[in-house]
Write a protein that binds this ligand. Structure first.
Ligand code: IPD
Ligand code: CA
Ligand code: CA
Length: 269
């Protein structure tokens, strides 16, 4: 096994165990702080991130890390960067809605080589190594390539609840794809799992505005290694920096992009 994948899995499982154990506590014991508009962090997000950082540094003390809660930790090796979301789906976790995940990616010279997403409640481990395919636990993942258009498709999306200025455009996006025959939507509350669920064929596509690199770095590789296409809203590849993502098989992505073009505001192009 790729040694960095091995460490990423070890770190994700440790963090997942911390999160699952804390989920058993009474809600009153949970320490919640507000980071920004509709944006919360708990002591568990921080504890999970520390466990991940310690696990990485035990094997790779020289590697750089960027974590949602700790920011950038610059190591002596800046070519390798671990990108961590210790708890993707904090709002679900706080509300005791059992759908959240640990997300860890390893990027080497700006290219994602390893991606791990671990859902501790379902005990589902999504993994990918660049060029080697994607897996859910021991099983190979393939995106649903049977779907030829949006008619009857089920899509995932996230509301831009931290960026109110995009709310209207997001509603227009939903309306535009519904008009093309999309059957239904899932708003799961974990961007990382939305990518993984496209990879697993559990939803036919996914789009969201304004993600952060730690929300999407691992999911991007897992989805692409399962055969999905990932683009920004105009078919470009800067989605890890813009955070604007469309994911699905090639035809689904093409149709979603077609729906979006007439309604995009300039800052989303
Ligand atoms: C959030 C979740 C959510 C997405 C938000 C993310 P967090 O991550 O992935 O599904 O809609 O954009 O910020 O804050 O729970 O780690
Ligand atoms: Ca996140
Ligand atoms: Ca998070």
């Amino acid at each position: 096994m790729n040694p960095m994948l091995n460490i990423a899995i070890r770190a994700a499982r440790k963090a997942g165990n911390i999160i699952a154990k804390a989920y058993e506590q009474s809600p009153q014991e949970m320490q919640v702080a507000q980071k920004g508009h509709h944006d919360y962090v708990t002591a568990i997000d921080k504890a999970a991130e520390q466990a991940i950082i310690q696990t990485i540094h035990a094997s790779y003390p020289e590697h750089s890390i960027v974590g949602e809660e700790s920011g950038a930790i610059v190591g002596t090796n800046t070519n390798v960067q671990w990108v961590i979301d210790p708890l993707d789906g904090t709002t679900n976790f706080i509300k005791r809605f059992p759908h959240f995940a640990v997300s860890i990616a390893v990027r080497v010279e700006g290219r994602t080589e390893v991606g791990v997403i671990y859902d501790p409640m379902a005990n589902e481990l999504f993994t990918a190594v660049r060029g080697k395919g994607a897996k859910l636990n021991e099983f190979r993942l393939r995106v649903d390539n049977e779907r030829r258009d949006l008619n009857g498709a089920v899509l995932a999306t996230g509301f831009p609840f931290k960026a109110a200025r995009h709310q209207k455009t997001h509603l227009n996006m939903i309306e535009a794809v519904l008009n093309k025959g999309v059957a239904d939507f899932r708003r799961t509350g974990s961007a990382a799992l939305d990518f993984a669920y496209v990879a697993a064929g559990r939803v036919d596509g996914y789009f969201e505005i304004g993600l952060k690199p730690w929300d999407c770095a691992a999911g991007d590789l897992i989805a692409r290694e399962a055969g999905a296409i990932v683009t920004n809203f105009v078919g470009g590849t800067d989605y890890l920096t813009s955070g604007n993502v469309v994911v699905g098989n090639g035809r689904v992505v093409k149709d979603i992009l077609g729906c979006f073009q007439p309604i995009l505001t300039d800052d989303l192009k």
